[in-house]
Design a protein around this ligand. Structure first.
Ligand SMILES: Cc1cc2nc3c(=O)[nH]c(=O)nc-3n(C[C@H](O)[C@H](O)[C@H](O)COP(=O)(O)OP(=O)(O)OC[C@H]3O[C@@H](n4cnc5c(N)ncnc54)[C@H](O)[C@@H]3O)c2cc1C
Length: 536
């Protein structure tokens, strides 16, 4: 047998998945002469405007050496099969853990740590301050109507964490055995198997929510216990080792529904609390756990008609029922190359959501449904913020901008907004275009209250993006602010064992630890901890 890999095999838009026929034609063999055909990765290639196509990387076997040559064989190389499972990942350092593990946080990192630890025979209690995803959904809807903010059950907090009411993008910057394992788990929970091979998989919040129910059922089947409405309030450390945790039950509605806190012995605590668990950072600092400030990014959300983005990114006359709504990835240096502006977490066909984690503050983000068929595209345009010299400096800056935004928006979770055109002219709009933001918009000149350096960097960024996507300025609406791109604080850990550098038995995961960002990357962090865990 001769094994080959073909990179960037073109497949017509309306022939998605018909790889065998396309490959056979390309390398001039009969389709049945191709054995063990495996798709490694595929993506939409829209570099030729007006004529996008699917592009596949495949590996396959032939009984005889390939005959094709020249242009047809471009992209064809002799190859070895590369895909490896999680089992083959080297164990740099194993983690000795007691047989019972307490996990705090039911976002992707906490859920996947629970799943994989349970599969290895550990017993697990998982504590989550928010509610199960069904009740959480009702709380979010209620908030949009009555604007009574629920500090434990909202777009950021509850089963599924920040990822539940999200765009449901499942891409990672670099794939590894852990992220592949997470994607395969997701397929087992009912998600379409193309997520494993598509370069930019997206499932949308509707499918994510269905998947979360399956994850919950699997955790229960494996003997894990999930405790919703339960907040971690304190930890006790003795001789540099975690020994107890303090929890409190909250129903999330009224102050009177809150129980008295209670202590519980704990030898292994996994913190998977996400980047918005500000009270946890304060607690850890007070108890002497090593933290450090880190660089992050802030900016705004911009919204455009999806038709504009489709036209500019795909070209005229392309059937977006075949391609899906178009995306953009934009980045440019700014301020004499001392800063930059870049797009982040773009949501084609999506909607804007309010996603503060504290009452009296406002932050925006974007989410979408699996069909991504809404009339607007939104994306964060972010500017890097250097690590603050003060540990809580970055967090204070986030909070300052969020409370200013809340005030400017009229203290009612309406968001300050400005067209990009008016932003560049430093003036308020007479009227604002339509937007998907559900709590209303208030005209505001962002230069009056947002950080000036961020504004200047954004302004330069917009000029540059308009050259790449003509109409980006004229048709763009800014809804501010976007402050929760990643954590401004890192819980310093040993990167092999994922254990805190100064507190034994404390394992820190995911976005809150400051090492991972995104649904799959955070979940992969959980899978990684379990892979290294050995019963003490
Ligand atoms: C609106 C939105 C859209 C997004 N879209 C995408 C996307 O399309 N693709 C993508 O990859 N990423 C997306 N992200 C980012 C992604 O959701 C996060 O990177 C990911 O969820 C981080 O996972 P995590 O497990 O580290 O933390 P989180 O998901 O933040 O989960 C942490 C959990 O810990 C709980 N918790 C915190 N403190 C306590 C406490 N003291 N006691 C008990 N429980 C506590 C919280 O309630 C929360 O449920 C989006 C984020 C948002 C907000």
């Amino acid at each position: 047998m001769f094994t080959y890999r073909f990179r960037e095999l073109p497949v017509a838009l309306n022939k998605k998945g018909e790889v065998r026929a396309a490959l056979a034609k390309q390398i001039r063999v009969h389709p049945e002469e191709i054995f063990n055909l495996e798709v490694e990765r595929f993506s939409l290639d829209s570099r030729r405007k007006g004529d996008p196509h699917w592009s596949y990387n495949v590996v396959f076997d032939l009984a005889k050496p390939v005959r094709a040559s020249g242009n047809e064989a471009r992209g064809l190389i002799e190859a070895k099969r590369e895909r490896k499972g999680i089992e083959s990942e080297p164990l740099k350092d194993s983690v000795q853990m007691p047989s019972h593990v307490d996990i705090v946080g039911a976002g992707p990192s906490g859920l996947w740590a629970a799943l994989h630890l349970l599969r290895k025979g550990f017993s697990v209690d998982l504590y989550e301050q928010g509610k199960n995803v069904e009740e959480r959904f009702r709380d979010i809807r209620r908030f949009i109507v009555d604007r009574k903010f629920n500090a434990h059950s909202n777009v950021l907090f509850g089963e599924g964490g920040a990822g539940a009411f999200s765009d449901g993008k499942l891409n990672t910057r670099s794939r590894n055995a852990f992220s592949e394992a997470v994607l395969k788990d997701m397929v087992g929970f009912g998600i379409d198997e193309s997520v494993v091979t598509f370069a930019k998989p997206h499932i949308g919040t509707d499918r994510l929510v269905l998947m979360l129910r399956e994850v919950r059922a699997e955790i229960a089947k494996l003997g894990g216990r999930i405790h919703f409405n339960t907040v971690l309030e304190d930890i006790e450390i003795k001789d540099g080792r975690i020994c107890a945790i303090q929890l409190r039950n909250v129903s999330g509605h009224e102050a009177r529904d809150v129980s008295l806190p209670f202590w519980k012995p704990c030898e292994a605590l996994v913190l998977a609390v996400g980047h918005s668990a500000r009270s946890v950072y304060t607690l850890l600092h007070a108890r002497g756990v090593a933290l450090e400030s880190k660089a992050f990014a802030m900016g705004v959300r911009v919204e455009h008609p999806q038709m504009l983005i489709n036209l500019r990114q795909l070209g005229k006359g392309v059937d977006t029922r075949l391609t899906g709504a178009a995306e953009y990835f934009l980045a440019t240096p700014t301020l004499g190359k001392t800063s930059s502006a870049y797009s982040f977490c773009m949501c084609p066909g999506g909607i804007l959501v309010p996603c503060a984690s504290e009452p009296g503050t406002l932050a925006t983000n974007g989410m979408s449904y699996s069909r991504r068929n809404g009339p607007f595209a939104n994306g964060a345009i972010a500017v890097p913020i250097a690590a603050s010299e003060k540990l809580f400096g970055g967090l204070e800056l986030q909070r300052q901008i969020e409370s200013d935004a809340y005030r400017v928006g009229g203290n009612n979770y309406a968001a300050p907004a400005q067209t990009i055109k008016s932003f560049l002219a430093h003036k308020e709009d007479a009227a604002l275009p339509k937007s998907t933001y559900p709590c209303g918009l208030v005209q505001s000149n962002l230069w009056d209250w947002m950080d000036k350096t961020i504004c200047k960097s954004l302004a330069e960024g917009f000029q540059n993006f308009d050259r790449k996507i003509p109409g980006f300025i004229d048709e763009g609406l800014i809804v501010a602010p976007e402050t929760r791109t990643s954590s401004p604080i890192r819980i310093t850990r040993n990167n092999d064992t994922l254990e805190s550098v100064n507190t034994r038995g404390l394992y820190v995961l995911g976005e809150g630890a400051g090492y991972a960002g995104g649904i799959v990357t955070s979940a992969a962090d959980g899978a990684r901890l379990a892979h290294h865990a050995k019963k003490a």
